[in-house]
Write a protein that binds this ligand. Structure first.
Ligand SMILES: [Zn+2]
Length: 298
């Protein structure tokens, strides 16, 4: 059975696991990344975190926040890892380990992992939304990831939900992730009440406790998300829409109205065939490793 390495680069840590092609994790390793980084110190840490797992692997898949160039395998910059710029991930790892290296943004990796190993893996195509700090998106058709030109496509979080709406981290007003994401909920709640909540769980606790402001923010956010998904479904016509990421732990608080609004606003011919719901709990490292398994196949 073939084995592949998946690398998940996040703000604060590098996680690496070795998987077999059925998705079983065989070994793992991780390193905390220091606050002050430069390209050389980061690449050294990355190589040393991967090294103990390299034996028996047919390739390395890497996921990180974008923006990136998936052809050259370069991370252009990162909002969470200041100090890194034009980081040549693919060339450095290929040289070090003499293995093929595939590199995509983390939302695309999550989407591919979900499409290959998750709850909706049997379907022809999947649109996957990662609901977390922000909103990531990915589209997989017949087991292949659609990344857009050089890897920055399906950025559903940064599609417009409210014209001239709240300011998003990307610098534009009204993106859907300004209304439905951890950042969105906390910012909208602070705007309304002048209270900064520490995390999404605190926000959902307020919703459960019947707090009117929190409930209104969630209801409006759910509506904006539903219409972002509607737009994407009308464009892509996926067989399944799958929601993954930390916020889906609270799916019972918004999933019903979300699915209802989507189903009521897409073409009825699309609605009849569409499957929709929360995904499996596929790790970022397995998502990255699935890049290798998929490239093997095509
Ligand atoms: Zn935005």
């Amino acid at each position: 059975m073939k084995h592949a390495i998946g690398v998940d680069i996040g703000g604060g840590s590098i996680r690496v696991s070795l998987f077999d092609e059925t998705g079983n994790e065989l070994k793992s390793n991780h390193t905390k990344t220091p606050e002050h980084l430069n390209n050389d110190s980061f690449l050294k840490l990355l190589v040393e975190t991967i090294r103990p797992l390299k034996d028996g692997s047919i390739g390395i898949g890497v996921g990180s926040p974008g923006p990136l160039n998936n052809d050259t395998g370069v991370m252009l910059n990162s909002a969470n890892m200041v100090g890194l710029s034009n980081l040549p991930i693919k060339s450095v790892l290929e040289k070090e380990f003499s293995l093929p290296v595939f590199y995509e943004n983390d939302a695309n990796c999550a989407a591919l992992g979900e499409a290959i190993f998750g709850n909706y893996k049997q379907y022809e195509s999947q649109l996957i939304l990662t609901l977390g700090t922000g909103i990531g998106g990915g589209f997989v058709k017949q087991g292949q990831l659609y990344t857009g030109y050089l890897g920055n496509g399906i950025e559903i979080g940064h599609t417009t939900a409210v014209l001239d709406g709240a300011l998003c981290g990307c610098g534009v007003r009204g993106c859907v992730e300004s209304y439905f994401s951890t950042k969105g909920f906390l910012n909208r709640y602070k705007e309304k009440t002048n209270t900064l909540l520490p995390h999404a769980e605190a926000f959902f606790e307020l919703v459960k406790a019947g707090n009117k402001d929190a409930k209104n923010i969630l209801d409006f956010g759910t509506k904006t998300l539903a219409h972002a998904v509607r737009n994407a479904v009308q464009l892509l016509n996926p067989e399944a829409v799958v929601f993954v990421g930390g916020i889906t732990k609270s799916y019972d608080l918004f999933g019903g109205p979300l699915e209802k609004e989507i189903r009521e606003t897409i073409f009825s011919v699309l609605n009849e065939r569409l499957k929709m719901g929360p995904g499996g709990n596929i790790s970022g490292t397995l998502g990255a490793a699935s890049l290798v398994f998929v490239k093997e196949k095509f």
